[in-house]
Design a protein around this ligand. Sequence first.
Ligand code: CA
Length: 232
Amino acid sequence: MSAMNGRRRILLIEDEPHIALGLKDALEFEGFAAQVAARGQEGISAFRAERPDCVILDITLPDMNGYKVCEELRRLDAHVPIIMLTARSQESDKIRGLDAGADDYVTKPFSVNELVARIRAIFRRAARSVGAPEVFRLGEAEVNLTTQTITRKGKSEPLSFYETELLRLLHGKAGAPVSREEILTRVWGLDASPTNRTVDNFVVKLRKKIEDTPDRPAHILTVYGTGYKLAP
Ligand code: CA
């Protein structure tokens, strides 16, 4: 992330001008610097040149699909928060986005205010994470919240922004259950919606990095009807 006193820079990769410009205006009104790229390749080049603090990425672009763009961005930067915009509401598309390395997705038509709230929450937390390295173990895995990495069986993998924040929240609760609503509010900065499956999809993905058998997790446990907890 860029200097604390500089304006946070957001890259919008979106080909629909009314969405791109509406969002750009809203972000600049909030005090962020926003740059628009209307094509996937242009977005990747802009990312390389500018190293923005956050990316908002549309799935359907004229020259390449957004999943592919997302994978390219992840190769360039393992940690930058990426929010995908999707016109589709199918869970499979959202999971595909998360698998490509996105942190979050917003389904069109979306509320600009809601998206801006999510971005504000990202930067609030990014500004706070300074100080001593925060490291803890989950079974065979060592989680380092400061470097945003997980090391397991001698292999290090980067954790995305939201993965790091979710682990920080669960770890801070020391084995007590945390509701989906609290996770959405604290990690994503959202007003909780009971039908929102964001958290569940996200946990499925995170378990693959942490668990020996992700289908039968030993560390990130589901609390039925509530949410999740870390095994004590
Ligand atoms: Ca589009």
